[in-house]
Ligand binder design. Structure first.
Ligand SMILES: [Zn+2]
Length: 111
């Protein structure tokens, strides 16, 4: 997600779809290649924005932040999880991991 940060408010203006590099069942886990993240970061800066977060979906599941999500997170991005129920968007939550990646705080999300 590309956008701007104004104080405590992050505004997402654009998103870039990155390929899920996970070799197993795509619906069960996602992995991003570091080079894809770097390219997205460059694209953001080329447009006068920042890479401010990463979103992924949980098919037929709640929009919680899983232990795997926490393990693969980093504290400088917001992580939005979308709950997709039977193929349709249901709800979303935004999570902000702490520096130790031991917990993630739910952020207010307006969409
Ligand atoms: Zn997840």
């Amino acid at each position: 997600m590309l956008g701007t940060i104004d104080g405590d408010t992050k505004n997402v203006s654009e998103s870039i779809a990155l390929e899920n590099a996970f070799a197993g069942a795509q619906a069960q886990r996602y992995e991003l290649r570091p080079e894809d993240l770097l390219a997205a970061d460059k694209a953001a800066r080329d447009r006068g924005m920042d890479l401010i977060g990463i979103y992924h979906s949980h098919p037929d599941c709640d929009a919680y932040f899983s232990t795997t999500d926490l393990k693969n997170s980093c504290p400088w991005y917001s992580f939005i999880v979308l709950s997709i129920q039977k193929g349709d968007f249901h709800h979303a939550n935004s999570w902000l991991p702490n520096v130790d990646q031991t917990a993630a705080e739910k952020e207010e999300l307006v969409y």
